[in-house]
Design a protein around this ligand. Sequence first.
Ligand code: NAX
Length: 335
Amino acid sequence: SSAPLRVLVTGAAGQIGYAVVLQIAKGDVFGNDQPIVLVLLDIPPLAAALEGVKLELQDCALPTLHGVEAVTDEAAGFKDIDYAFLIGAMPRKEGMERKDLLAANVRIFKSQGQALANHSKPTVKVLVVGNPANTNALVAAKYAAGKIPEQNFSAMTRLDHNRAAAQIALKVGVPVGNVKNVTIWGNHSSTQFPDASHAKVVKDGNEIDAISAINDNSWVQGDFISTVQKRGGVIIEKRKLSSAMSAAKAACDHMRDWHFGTPSGQHVSMAIVSDGSYGVPKGLVYSFPVTVDGSSKQWKIVQGLKIDDFAQSKLNATTKELEEERDDALAACEE
Ligand code: NAX
């Protein structure tokens, strides 16, 4: 088999980290024939917990896992990596203003962008999960510029995408595997636009438009959107912890599709640096429908989808929020 891929997971002592490392290590992302070395990074106070995760991974006795490194130093963590799952971020503490949270995270992702530029392979593919994910990815890309192409940076909206597909499957009464081509537009936040209008459903053996299978436009423009937008909050309310199993699974889906490519005729949602498609300002990290070519590992934004007035107003609202986040983040970068 081929040389091991070096795969970095930051925040690896956290709850998403704990769920994601097993899936990566056992071949769910890069395949059962691809050896990997997992690099686990967390902050120094979590060094012992991180070491515990490393020991457990060894105890999983996985044939694909050729090594595990647990580090608390960025330079060591980012050295020669092929893929980065950037999950670690500053959590919101009680009484913390949105701006303070943003500023704290900007510092983390500025430093990690620089570490990517200085230590990682120039071909490294980066997924940002830590919130505010889109804007953190924008900051990391900015500080890696010149060394790592901006196309190698992405933020996760795949959990929202999977939630949207699951809601349509439940509504129509089909297994979720029968639903494809839902789209999440914009920010991973409550302004995101989950869009069913280009989705397809296989029902009674026939592939039809999800819109006709659902046959309930007020649901498509109402409860469907708000259920997906607010799902994270509902999970916290019930579990008293934020989504971790489903977030880890979504991160793996995102990276697997980037590595192997999307199936023909299917698109997925990835937040990537806008090239101006659909009128989204260039440079914003914005979730689009994308296809990925597995051999070049290049994504392409699906072009020509019809955007009606309802959709356009949703796209505009999430654009506005991302512009504000970008402006605040770039101001915080200078501090
Ligand atoms: P946890 O608080 O359980 O874990 C986060 C871990 O990151 C901790 O171990 C912490 O020490 C570590 N960390 C903090 N700063 C770090 C740094 N500079 N370098 C390395 N490690 C660092 O949070 P968890 O539930 O795992 O969530 C992680 C992040 O994912 C949060 O920012 C959360 O908001 C975000 N999410 C994003 C989602 C998305 O769809 N994009 C969905 C799930 C999740 O809410």
